[in-house]
Design a protein around this ligand. Structure first.
Ligand SMILES: [Fe+2]
Length: 255
């Protein structure tokens, strides 16, 4: 027996039972919900549906327990095999979007500079797609791994990402629409900061004043993740000082 699994599943079951009772769910509504969930499974949207409603809660819990920078949802478009890059991400020759300069520091919670730090950076193409996932776009576009210098500093140039819709033509999008919602995410840049001996920090940063920043369909925006409007020599600047924390001791999940 796994006590952790039992505790969690018991909690989920009683939470659902409470809602069924409070909302006086009918047999017909219950069958409609089952039919809907089967459609979600058939169309392989279980991860998408759960991410829309629950991932931000798991991340918020992590944030509450963390002494480092604010984490954020990873989303489905991270690629472990992204290439190392120096100075700039590869962008389309035709990309006329405003230049974006991302720069800052990575420090440990005690203010020291960690060794061997890398930062994965990835964001949307100008048409709201991700390389390595959509339209056969090669993985080295709009993503890359940066090596952080011994002084803890990093910088990389790219172009502005765009707001985009999560997949909206399946059962997840239909549910959001039925609830009067939408499937738009504000423009953002994803980061994954890794260093030996430290917790990996996965996060996203948004742009002050950007569309949907106040109404993200994935509920992923925290005030500390909104980069203030700043322009230097024609480039939008995203200045970030990441703080990473030492790797946590894990207790066994089976105890
Ligand atoms: Fe994204």
């Amino acid at each position: 027996m796994n006590k952790r699994v039992k505790d969690v599943v018991d909690g989920i079951v009683s939470a659902v039972q409470r809602v069924l009772d409070e909302k006086e769910i009918t047999e017909s509504e219950y069958r409609t919900a089952l039919h809907y969930l089967m459609k979600v499974a058939e169309q392989r949207e279980i991860a998408l549906l759960c991410d829309v409603f629950f991932n931000s809660t798991v991340v918020a819990t992590k944030a509450r327990l963390s002494s480092g920078s604010t984490p954020a949802i990873e989303g489905p478009y991270y690629r472990e095999d992204a290439p190392f890059v120096v100075d700039r991400l590869k962008t389309y020759d035709t990309d006329a979007h405003k230049p974006l300069l991302i720069k800052g520091t990575v420090k440990a919670v005690d203010g020291s500079v960690a060794e061997g730090v890398t930062i994965d950076v990835w964001h949307s193409t100008p048409d709201g797609k991700y390389s390595g996932f959509h339209d056969g776009i090669p993985t080295d576009f709009y993503r890359g791994k940066l090596r952080v210098g011994r002084d803890g500093q990093f910088s990389v140039r790219t172009t502005m990402p765009v707001a985009y819709q999560i997949p909206s033509d399946g059962p997840t999008g239909a549910l959001l629409e039925t609830m009067g919602g939408h499937s738009w995410r504000p423009a953002h840049v994803h980061f994954k900061v890794k260093a030996p001996g430290y917790e990996t920090l996965t996060t996203q940063y948004y742009f002050e004043g950007g569309d949907w920043v106040g109404d993200d369909c994935c509920n992923g925006v925290e005030p500390s993740l909104i980069s203030p409007e700043k322009v230097e020599e024609g480039a939008r600047v995203m200045n970030i000082d990441f703080v990473i924390e030492p790797a946590l001791e894990r207790s066994g999940a089976n105890t």
